[in-house]
Design a binder for this molecule. Structure first.
Ligand SMILES: [Zn+2]
Length: 466
């Protein structure tokens, strides 16, 4: 076999499967290494991320779970560049993935391997993006998906995980707690947590392959950084492109962190990893008290001649708005940190406008009240039903108790609306596949669908946090 798992600390080699994160001898992070000279071409004839299958550990054909992840656009951001004094700025737009985040890449490879290994149940710790991806891919693979999340995961991501059928368990305040819990109860489960499964790196490294194929003269890549798993993946991809002759101009790695959670400190050409005790930032996916891939991320910065930059939440939010207005890309705050970082570096003269910069946009800002959207009236029929959202929520709750018919539902709602308005809501809920009708005798009854139950569960969870 031309691929092994190799310890990045002591150099010990292990079999590639099952994918294990840490060396049992020294605790170092394990990473896949290939005999690159044996790979004739890094490309297969597939599209998207699986194009790079020759540089993945082997997965059987019939178990590949793919939903069109990867192959995302590298967008020229002219207006954004203008606001920073010109030059070339490119956005690697990962919001274009199936569940709107770059984690779909990791989920595709990891769930495929889970299927390959005969797993029936999978566990992962996540701040939401990977959880949503894993739940979606597991739904396709018919594998049970348990997701351990810390508190304060945002409502929209919760909704995404629920609707795909994920089982959600809360543990602790930050991702570090959730990871520890996923590790603790892993028995009988396939371990899918990106920080505990080195296949995440293999999948995410394809981002760099795509970027450097689309533009060979990139000077710096800016990566929002929490646990360091993504940053290391990007650097690994760049090094592979060098090894495989895709580029001879490796870009510098610039890692950006919120100043409320700065675990990597640039000092001269070196980077120090430190534990923080408290964090304060709106960019929750970037919160980690002690980054699991910190040392490797630091190494990436040092080897590439890059730097670690911190930005404030205010700078992040401004960048998010600017990105949407100037380029039509709606990103979540953690992603906008890359744009905030470039702005800051340009202002401080750390980057010359002649240098080509790529900002990694990891996930969509549309990971927004998806479920609430699904219920909103939208005015499509030109009829405004009063209190539309609340009424629909109440109807779903009532139908959860048992099936019912129009008049009874109307009585339950409190008769504040006309019975016609109640029927209108019922029609809209039906259109969205949340309830279904059937006849008993001559009377039309309504009941919740499977999807309706999931949406209701998500809404109840959301109403607890709001
Ligand atoms: Zn080791």
């Amino acid at each position: 076999m031309s691929v092994v798992l190799w310890c990045t600390s002591c150099g010990r080699e292990k079999n590639p499967f099952p994918p294990v994160a840490r060396c049992d001898r020294c605790g170092g992070i394990l990473d896949y290494v290939y005999e690159y000279w044996m790979i004739k071409s890094p490309y297969s004839n597939r599209r998207g991320m699986w194009k790079y299958r020759p540089i993945f550990p082997p997965i059987s054909d019939e178990n590949i779970i793919s939903m069109g992840e990867g192959g995302t656009p590298l967008r020229e951001a002219k207006e954004l560049a203008e606001t920073m004094g010109g030059g070339r700025v490119l956005l690697k737009d990962e919001t274009a993935n199936p569940t709107n985040s770059y984690r779909d890449r990791a989920a595709s490879l990891i769930v495929s391997n889970a299927l390959d290994s005969g797993a029936k149940k999978l566990i992962c710790a996540s701040y939401g993006n990977f959880g949503a991806s894993a739940a979606a891919y597991c739904a396709r693979a018919k594998i049970e998906c348990m997701i351990i999340i810390p508190r304060n995961v945002n409502a929209s991501k919760l909704a995404q995980m629920y609707i795909y059928g994920g089982l959600i368990v809360r543990n602790g305040n930050v991702i570090d707690d959730a990871i520890a819990e996923a590790e603790r109860i892993a028995d009988g489960y396939y371990q899918a947590t990106p920080e505990l499964n080195p296949l995440s790196v293999e999948a995410q490294k394809t981002i760099s392959h795509e970027v450097l194929e689309d533009c060979r003269n990139v000077d710096l890549v800016i990566v929002p950084t929490g646990t360091g798993n993504t940053a290391y993946s990007i650097w690994k991809g760049i090094k592979e492109c060098l090894a495989l002759g895709v580029t001879d101009h490796p870009p510098r790695m610039v890692l950006v962190q919120p100043d409320g959670c700065a675990t990597l400190i640039s000092e001269g050409g070196k980077v120090r990893v430190r534990r923080v005790e408290k964090t304060a930032t709106a960019a929750s996916p970037l919160v980690s008290l002690m980054p699991a891939y910190g040392r490797l991320a630091a190494q990436a910065v040092e080897e590439s001649g890059g730097v670690v930059v911190t930005v404030t939440d205010r700078e992040i939010i401004e960048a998010e708005k600017l990105l949407a207005k100037a380029e039509g890309v709606f990103s979540e705050p953690a992603s906008a940190a890359s744009v905030a970082c470039l702005r800051k570096m340009r202002e401080e003269g750390l980057v010359d406008p002649s240098e080509v910069a790529v900002c990694l946009i990891t996930a969509s800002g549309l990971k927004d009240p998806y479920v609430i959207d699904a219920l909103a009236d939208g005015g499509r029929r030109g009829v405004k039903s009063r209190g539309g959202f609340k009424t629909k929520f109440e109807i779903l709750r009532f139908l959860e108790i048992g099936e019912s018919y129009g008049y009874e539902i109307w009585k339950f709602i409190g008769k504040q609306l006309s019975i016609q308005a109640v029927y209108q809501h019922l029609g809209e809920l039906q259109e969205r596949g949340l309830i279904e009708e059937y006849y008993r005798g001559r009377r039309k009854y309504f009941r919740l669908t499977q999807r309706g139950r999931r949406v209701l569960r998500a809404l109840e969870e959301i109403s607890l946090i709001l």
